[in-house]
Design a protein around this ligand. Structure first.
Ligand SMILES: [Zn+2]
Length: 239
């Protein structure tokens, strides 16, 4: 409906998805007879398209549903979280957008070697750290499995479970404070590190076997993308 007053609401001032300002366009034509009920919000920068449900008289009361999103890794966090929730209320949408921005900045920092934002864990480890080795991160609920040498397709549940427990990332190694015993793999032995919206997975090997560390995504822990980015940076600089 042309001429309808459009309220000043956050999704119209900047893109919640890519955080550019002035790149979103709202098509206010509403098709009451067609399948589309809500005006579409498009971003000319990232190409995302969302349905926006708002009341022109109430600037705080809106919700959004992303229909098409940009899958570039830099938008990983917002892609995962907007997709997971379907229609998202105003406060949740702003929350996801804010956390997505912070995560993107952290990933940039980690890629460029700025890890100053990490708060090193204080842990009583069963293994002594080496000279110059520093703990960087702690991740709970990690499983260690013995696997066949890495193939093109990896799955989180393949292989035989060796142990599980808290995993520590240091500047030199991955360490697992397992229920059965302590384990450690030098970052130089990492073959692959990957992530998706549910877990991160690292394949490594020592003289005897190939193993994979798998950590399930938990809301209160570092996101899998960010964890793998830090691992990648440290592993690359270990060579
Ligand atoms: Zn955008």
């Amino acid at each position: 409906m042309h001429g309808e007053p459009v309220p000043r609401i956050p999704p119209l001032e900047g893109c919640l998805y890519c955080h550019r300002e002035g790149t979103t366009v709202l098509s206010t034509e509403r098709r009451f007879l067609g399948p589309r009920r809500y005006p579409l919000l498009r971003c000319n920068h990232c190409g995302s398209v969302a349905e926006l449900d708002y009341d022109p008289n109430s600037a705080d009361d809106w919700r959004i549903r992303y229909r098409r999103v940009n899958q570039d890794p830099r938008y990983y966090y917002v892609a995962v979280h907007y997709r997971r929730h379907g229609w998202v209320s105003a406060s949740d949408a702003l929350d996801i957008s804010r956390r997505g921005y912070a995560q993107r900045m952290r990933v940039f920092q980690a890629e460029s070697g700025d890890l100053s934002w990490l708060v090193p864990p204080e842990a009583e480890l069963p293994l002594a750290l080496r000279a110059g080795e520093q703990l960087m991160l702690e991740m709970r609920a990690v499983t260690l499995r013995e696997v066949a040498p890495t193939t093109l397709f990896v799955r989180p549940n393949r292989g035989t479970v060796l142990d599980s427990g808290k995993c520590y990332l240091s500047t030199h190694r991955l360490l697992l404070h397992g229920q059965r015993q302590p384990w450690a793999h030098d970052l130089l032995t990492i073959e692959r590190a990957l992530y998706n919206d549910r877990y991160w997975l690292i394949v490594a090997h020592d003289a005897e076997r190939w193993v994979q560390y798998v950590g399930t995504y938990l809301e209160d822990q570092l996101d899998p993308q960010l964890f793998v980015t830090v691992v990648d940076y440290l592993a690359l600089n270990r060579r």
